[in-house]
Design a protein around this ligand. Structure first.
Ligand code: ADE
Ligand code: ZN
Length: 330
């Protein structure tokens, strides 16, 4: 099964670029930029990655992101992740980034976008994979800040396929961002949002009904509301599930307790993703392996995760056909 997973073409729809910052690169960039890290070495960074919930992770994660300063830093970050994709047979990936994490520290928006864009271009040319970029608003900041970020981003719009919503979920319901997502819709972007990672089913309803999301990021809490599950099944709204992330952040205590089997039995459109692989102990293959092993999933189910991701990727018809062809040939 391991070999089947390694060679299976995979499509990632939920990964935070800032969450691909490996401790070794964090140290290299800290040194390059003269930034003090609160850890003596790479091993103690890894040892610090014990989280009790989403917020305890975010505290470390935003602290780690401080080492990202220059266009080259964002290039190196993105390039390292995309090389990893190529190694793992990830043939298409749609990456989140959080501009406010950087602009709030005085890093210009264009520094971030230029570095990411150059790595994407190199990866497409040299590694043969396709990529998309999704700009996320931080939901623990104000809607005004999201609107300002969106205005700053518009001159760079050819770089994004979509707009998303992430960061601390509890207490920051999707409806807080209804006005800015109306602007996003008017501009014709694809829309996604983290909802129902830790937050209640009501937040998923809001993401669907009030923001108009095409995919729900995480969404695992939907099983607390039978009517919602039925809605998501009928609409075949994709859920970008991140199994290892959910265990690391104690949404489920053990992988065997993850509700993936319930989501599948309910007929929901599930995809498997890595979220913040440098922090949660695994990229795409590790996530596939974890669920395959925990739930004794067969090959058709694993192929189905890739098929679902291709169905819902923000790509043009030609690329979608190519992705199906890659899957069918495997
Ligand atoms: N930002 C990075 N990872 C996240 C997650 N798992 N949930 C919400 N915001 C995030
Ligand atoms: Zn996420």
């Amino acid at each position: 099964m391991e070999q089947f997973i390694d060679t299976l073409p995979k499509v990632e729809l939920h990964v935070h670029l800032e969450g691909t910052l490996e401790p070794a690169l964090m140290f290299r960039l800290a040194e390059r930029n003269g930034i003090d890290l609160p850890y003596p070495d790479v091993d103690s960074v890894r040892a610090a990655y014990e989280f009790k919930d989403l917020q305890s992770f975010l505290n470390l994660y935003y602290n780690g992101a401080r080492v990202l300063q220059t266009e080259q830093d964002f290039y190196d970050l993105t390039w390292a992740y995309l090389r990893r994709c190529a190694d793992e047979n990830v043939v298409h990936t749609e990456m989140f980034f959080d501009p406010q994490t950087h602009t709030e520290r005085g890093i210009p928006f264009e520094t971030v976008v230029r570095g990411i864009a150059r790595a994407r271009a190199d990866a497409e040319a040299q590694l043969g994979l396709s990529t998309g970029l999704i700009l996320c608003f931080l939901r623990d900041l104000s809607e005004e800040s999201a609107i300002e970020t969106f205005r700053t981003a518009l001159p760079w719009r050819e770089h994004f396929v979509g707009i998303g919503l992430d960061s601390a979920e509890t207490g920051h319901p999707p409806e807080k961002f209804e006005r800015v997502f109306a602007m996003v819709r008017d501009e014709g972007f694809h829309i996604v949002a983290h909802a129902g990672e830790e937050g209640p089913p009501e937040y998923i309803w809001q993401a669907v009904r009030r923001l108009g999301v095409e995919r729900v990021d995480h969404g695992v809490q939907c099983t607390g509301d039978a009517e919602l599950v039925e809605h998501l099944r009928r609409a075949q709204t994709p859920l970008t599930v991140c199994p290892l992330a959910n265990v690391k952040l104690k949404v489920f205590d053990r992988i065997e307790e993850h509700n993936l089997p319930r989501l599948l039995e309910a007929g929901l459109k599930v995809t498997i993703n890595s979220d913040d692989p440098a922090y949660f102990g695994g990229y795409m293959n590790a996530n596939f392996r974890a669920v395959a092993q925990a739930f004794d999933l067969d090959r058709d189910t694993l192929r189905g995760f890739t098929r679902n991701a291709i169905d819902t990727a923000f790509v043009d018809d030609q690329r979608r056909r190519e992705l199906y062809a890659l899957l069918d040939a495997a």
